[in-house]
Ligand binder design. Structure first.
Ligand SMILES: Cc1cc2nc3c(=O)[nH]c(=O)nc-3n(C[C@H](O)[C@H](O)[C@H](O)COP(=O)(O)O)c2cc1C
Length: 233
């Protein structure tokens, strides 16, 4: 399969030209069986903050990014860029800049309430995952796009679209046997500088990807039950 698709979207302002969509219908039994397996597999997903240095199968990471990029997006504008970083020196620079910001955050910028919310997670300003994990996926939002004549065009529902794509990315990585963390150092402007991203892109998250280290530990969290999160009417 070619990684470079044809045109990425219907041309801005073109009329509606639908095509048929008839995916094969699954039996109820098969839907139930698949849903149960998926629910169980997703229960195992945890945010990992301690990574082994072992390499990951690169194509699995590319495939996960391709899955993320199937996400729905406002007006199908697909306002995302995924920068895959394996270079050790670039990861070192990202860690250095992130730890600089996080130091200020944990020293008080976050405020007592936020720090109290983070305390049970055991996080602090030291971010070894940024250099220990063999790969980082840095996700950028494209706040607008530029026409051929340089005119700026608005993107719609950028936060929502990129959030959905990142959720799909985390699911795809997990279901491919890879561990990840969504890390949001704040502010994140340094990522544009270190990675040389254009003006219309704004960093959304850094996602280290790899395998948990042998001594990896995670906070003892309990997820809300279905009846706590779902209301039927
Ligand atoms: C938008 C978002 C931002 C996050 N930012 C960070 C972060 O900067 N550092 C971190 O260690 N974890 C971060 N997390 C991970 C959460 O702490 C984690 O998902 C939560 O504690 C639940 O744990 P689980 O993913 O293992 O279920 C973030 C999660 C989300 C959804």
């Amino acid at each position: 399969m070619s990684e470079t698709a044809q045109r990425w979207t219907p041309v801005h302002g073109e009329p509606y030209r639908p095509v048929p969509y008839r995916p094969a219908r699954m039996s109820h039994e098969e839907s139930l069986a698949r849903a149960a397996v998926l629910r169980e597999r997703m229960q195992d997903r945890r945010t990992v903050r301690q990574f082994a240095p072992d390499p990951v199968p690169e194509q699995a990471v590319r495939d996960a990014i391709a899955c993320a990029s199937t996400a729905p997006s406002g007006a199908h504008q697909q306002p995302w860029t995924f920068v895959l970083v394996r270079d050790q020196e670039i990861r070192r620079r990202i860690r250095e800049a992130a730890e600089h910001e996080e130091q200020i955050s944990y020293d008080g910028r976050l405020g007592e309430e936020w720090l109290a919310a983070l305390r049970p997670l055991g996080t602090d300003e030291v971010k070894p995952h940024l250099t220990d994990a063999p790969a980082l996926i840095v996700v950028f939002q494209q706040r607008y796009w530029l026409g051929d004549d340089g005119t700026k065009h608005k993107h719609y529902y950028v936060d929502e679209s990129v959030g959905i794509a990142v959720g799909m990315l985390l699911s795809a990585l997990h279901l491919s046997g890879l561990a990840a963390l969504i890390h949001t150092p704040s502010p994140m402007r340094f990522l544009s500088r270190v990675l040389g991203r254009p003006e219309n892109e704004k960093a959304f998250a850094v996602i280290p990807v790899g395998y948990p280290s042998e001594d990896c530990r995670v906070p003892d969290l309990v997820r809300k039950s279905l009846d706590q999160v779902m209301v039927e009417v």
